[in-house]
Design a protein around this ligand. Sequence first.
Ligand SMILES: Cc1ncc(C[n+]2csc(CCOP(=O)(O)OP(=O)(O)O)c2C)c(N)n1
Ligand SMILES: [Mg+2]
Length: 897
Amino acid sequence: MSAPDWLSTSPLYSGNAAYLEQFGDAALAAWLGRPVSAATDESDAAQVAVLRLINAYRYLGVRQAALDPLRRFEPPSTPELDPAHYGLTDADLTREFDTGSLFGVERTTLDDILQRLRSAYCGHVGVEYMHITEVTRKRWLQERIESAQGRFGVTAAQKKRLLKRLTDAETLEKFLHTRHVGQKRFSLEGGESLIPLLDHVIARCARHGAKEIVMGMAHRGRINVLVNIMGRTVDSLYDEPQDGHPETPLSGDVKYHQGFSTDMGTDYGPVHLALAFNPSHLEIVHPVVRGSVRARQDRRGDVLGYEVVPVILHGDAALSGQGVVMESLNMSQTRGFRNGGAIHVVINNQIGFTTSDPRDVRSTLYCTDVAKMVEAPVLHVNGDDPEAVAFAVQTAVDYRYTFHKNVFIDLVCYRRHGHNEQDEPLATQPLMYRRVQAHPSTRTLYAQRLVDEGVLTQAEADDLVDVCRERLEHGRPLSAPALSDFKETFATDWSRFRGDAGAATPGISATRLDFLGERITTLEHEIELHPRVQKVLDDRRRMRAGELAVDWGYAENLAYASLLDVGYNVRVSGQDSARGTFFHRHAVWHDQKRERRQSGVYVPLEHIHARQGNFTIIDSLLSEEAVLAFEYGYSTADPDTLVVWEAQFGDFANGAQVVIDQFITSGEAKWGRLCGLTLMLPHGFEGQGPEHSSARLERFLQLCAQENIQVCVPTLPAQMFHLLRRQLLRPLRKPLVVLSPKSLLRHPASTSSLADLSDGAFLPVIDDPRQPREARRVVVCSGRVWFDLEAARAARGLDDVALVRIEQLYPFPDAEFGAVLDVYPLAGTLVWAQEEPMNQGAWYQTLHHLNRCAPAGRRFHYAGRPAAAAPASGYISRHRAELEALLRDALETSYEV
Ligand SMILES: Cc1ncc(C[n+]2csc(CCOP(=O)(O)OP(=O)(O)O)c2C)c(N)n1
Ligand SMILES: [Mg+2]
């Protein structure tokens, strides 16, 4: 028997019953797979039609769901939901049919089936889940939705609670409107159901065992969430001095970007709630929250995410517009970034600023369509029905806890005012806003509904408003009071990390270094390495024995080993980081005979000793923005992990510029948030053309102020070793930007000795190792160009030139640099040499530091490429000629003094 006509034209058809089984209807699949018999009779045809209809509701019922409180548009015509579409007639309505996989009833009339389908799929909750390929997940959702049939089983007490929270949400906005006139607050009005929604999310998560919830959200309704969910009082938000606290150097931030954390009591125990600080840039907080959650999960050993849950809020326009959403969802199930699923909530007020026309806003039907890429179910819900909202929450949270996957709640609502309170929405959305103006508030509607149901009296409903208003008038909190006696075992004390940047970093003994060397060059079980990797391992063994100079790969692995040894964790992520883009790191060894799933990999840094810290190295997905934001989030939640993000080439970091500008360089000044994240950005002008040369050092230096970050350009393996150790061992957490090497990784002169590791420390300035104290010229540079300069100097026999390296460009090492210049009293010519074009690199950003340290009457001259639009030339011959000119200018050209 072949498939019926309708199937062969269906987009779902692939010609076999197994496919159908997977896509939703076991009964239909069984029917198609049954033995060939005589031609199907009419009743068979009608039965199939009914099963098709049921399936159609599961796919398309959402199109007819009553989701928009404003009812601006008629639901689109959806012929697939009409029995006539399948040849069923009125006469069939009273006939009984098998319901196939429909939950709740096995056989009933078509009329009843239709009613069940409409109430399950076309009420105030519209569900999209048939894009999920895993049958178990789909059946789980079907059971929930089809058994409920739009009846949400809310008790009278729960109804009163919903009304109370709605009342809190609405009354707060009205209070702020009159109390703090003219101040932007990005009112939640129109979307007040968000407050009962979040209230319910927290309670439901706590019931499943959540101990921490980390939330990320934008401007809309943030003040309402801070007060009504996080327990801040209005006074604590608004009484901050207008010009900040004079005693702190922090620049501060506006109210609607403030983060906060608190411990809250629930019926199921205390929950720690954190709302992440947020910049204006929409959606970027999403991966930051994921990173913060992952750090907390790792700390608790919470592999499946039972104890720590991310709750991520979105605006409808931002969700479908910002690319970082896709990157963040793409990371959400990967090993290095997963959280056991996030609960996503969209405040879908059907507008973004002044843009609401679907022809402009997006190219997909729903703002949540990006969720389908990770097969997340989407529960669209009418914001004017708080009970439907509660049902959606319950389903979403239970789903997340059952399957450890992402889930979306699309809270369809509206925006009562303009984008902010000063904005005039009628200017651009006249028809929509006439409807809004005529539309009673969610609280008014729900109060009326409960009065009609006899759950409470009008007076009692009004009383809720008065009580709330009175609490506000007296500056009392509206949400559950924060717990004062709750001792969070997993809380982190960050005060330890506001110490002195000059604090000495503890060293490491030669014996310990040798032990660590032994651990990271020993295979505890038999694996067959690729000959090139075997050579790396053999070389590392010789480095340990002192037979070969220490290279970058060995030094870096030893640095990690030394931190793990004393209990710190190390987490390195970036594209192809486990091996290293340039084949130097080899932190993971692959067996040539076994698949990685069959323990065909060996990670030496996991085998230091039983009580070591955790080592994680991740070949990240091919994203910069979301991955860097994630690592920022991770490092702000865990000061005891060395978190390293590595760009494939340094210039790719500009795909994550928002993270660099909005979080890494300014987070401490805006929010007092410490962060010890390390960025490794391969940098160097090696003739590879414009796109692989520059990590845009100039931009990082331009962002430097108030000791916000460290910018370092190590030129020796030992320097990298000490830099990485210093990052955790100092009582300080500051982001570290390392311009890391490429060709230097294999440069014979760029090596160190074992003694450099055990005896040394990071040197912000490296004097010329020849110490030519009679030098007439001092050439100062940063990075790999030093090796070109040294080779050229030696070839030209220029013994009276000193070559000095600045290895830390920010904070600028005034004392160390000044001291080095002092030992060259005869040096009449001071030159800054760089391989980057003049408008790039360190020159303009460092000139004032150089000259400040120069002896009186002397100043630095520039030797390097002229200013250029592109970072480097694509022609190797031009690259070489430019380098020659640079070397000549640096070493020989005379400058006016
Ligand atoms: C990345 C980014 N681009 C532009 C803006 C400016 N902006 C602020 S709010 C907004 C509209 C957001 O619409 P939506 O996401 O639907 O949230 P709503 O304000 O409607 O709650 C825009 C464009 C921004 N904050 N961030
Ligand atoms: Mg919006």
